[in-house]
Design a protein around this ligand. Structure first.
Ligand code: ADP
Length: 363
């Protein structure tokens, strides 16, 4: 609402004066023209008294018309402009102060279409901000929760290490537990940072042409000690010379996470298989295991941050792996499909564009 001040009063008065003078000038010109035509056609002559009386009446008429018009206009402005502006400003101030639950109700009346459009945009912004706020607080709650477990492991084993006359065997065991917990903590922090950078688009894909089959083999070989220890079978069917034009580092993040899960969720003696196929436009990678599988309910949440479906293996991860995988696949405008059956196994299929034109050139 407009505040009362001398300056505002002066401005209102000068507005009024300009309007009054304009109307007065136009009406006087019209009057003079009219009287001139009347005098000529009817052969009348006006005395200065007649003209003075007419001028006074015209002045009064113009004054009354101007006052009425300005008053009606002020009331109209109050209802159709100042009120919506006040509602919108107050709502924006509440949003600025962190109240994302406020919404502007549709306004009715003439000339409010523009304001209703602004209101819709502000409502959409508040909805978006409240979603982001929920995600942020969920994220902080999850991070704090996930940090507590390794930290309390480190505290407990740290205290145990202070026990006098500790055997060498126990000392090594406790020190190992502390190291494992700190590795877990640092892995989690690394993943959170990567995810944060990916979500904020701070990572710009660094595109190069490379042999996807070779990259997949390198990634799989990192788990050689695991499959040997767990006596697992490995099956591969890798198409040759599948070059892609993509960000190698980001893609290796995808394969590492998918292999790590395949080996983690498959018991001793199981099988992990890798298939790479391609056509001119797309490359398709399938990483399948004969592990524990998952229910449809679990499958629906696996790409959410911090979601862990299998509580018994929760200590071996932090529920960020597949969130990272999904983000990378989205950035590459690819797609990821999961098929799974409890007790039978799981297969992830990732389809990415090969960027074939550029690859052909580089090859
Ligand atoms: P983490 O492996 O750290 O628990 P992820 O984000 O990598 O987190 O995976 C989320 C969840 O998806 C896992 O906790 C698990 O329940 C399910 N999952 C992922 N991969 C597999 C798989 N190969 N077999 C069975 N379940 C899986």
């Amino acid at each position: 609402m407009k505040k009362f001040s001398f300056r505002n009063l002066l401005r209102d008065f000068s507005d009024f004066l300009i309007f009054f003078l304009t109307i007065g000038f136009v009406v006087s010109c019209c009057m003079m023209l009219f009287l001139n035509v009347l005098a000529n056609t009817m052969h009348l002559s006006f005395t200065s008294d007649n003209i003075e009386a007419a001028a006074k009446i015209t002045f009064l008429n113009v004054l009354i018309i101007t006052v009425i018009f300005k008053t009606v206009d002020a009331v109209r402005r109050k209802i159709t402009v100042e009120r919506p502006v006040r509602i919108i400003t107050q709502t924006a101030e509440k949003i600025m102060n962190g109240d994302f639950s406020v919404r502007i109700r549709p306004m009715h009346g003439a000339d409010v279409d523009g304001f209703n459009r602004i209101a819709e945009a502000i409502n959409a912004m508040a909805t978006e901000l409240s979603g982001v706020e929920t995600l942020r607080s969920d994220f902080i709650a999850n991070v704090s929760h996930e940090m507590k477990t390794p930290l309390s492991v480190m505290q407990n084993y740290g205290k145990l290490l202070q026990t006098p006359d500790l055997s060498e065997e126990k000392r090594v065991e406790y020190a190992q537990a502390i190291t494992d917990a700190s590795v877990r903590l640092s892995d989690m922090m690394t993943n959170i940072l990567k995810l944060n950078r990916l979500e904020n688009q701070q990572i710009y894909p660094n595109l190069t042409a490379f042999d996807l089959g070779e990259q997949l083999c390198e990634s799989l070989l990192q788990y050689e000690s695991v499959w040997e220890r767990k006596n697992m079978e490995i099956e591969t069917d890798i198409a040759e010379n599948v070059f892609v034009f993509a960000d190698a580092e980001l893609l290796s993040l995808v394969w590492n996470n998918l292999f790590s899960n395949a080996f983690k969720f498959t018991d001793d003696g199981g099988k992990v298989s890798l298939t790479l196929s391609a056509d001119a436009e797309y490359a398709s990678v399938r990483i399948a295991d004969t592990g524990c599988g998952m229910t449809a309910e679990v499958g629906a949440h696996i790409f959410e941050k911090f979601y862990q479906g299998d509580a018994s293996r929760a200590t071996q991860g932090n529920g960020l792996g597949l969130a990272l995988v999904k983000r990378v696949v989205d950035i590459m405008q690819g797609e990821i499909i999961v098929e799974s059956a409890v007790g039978i196994g799981t297969a992830f299929t990732v389809r990415i564009r090969r960027g074939s034109h550029d690859v052909e050139e580089i090859r």
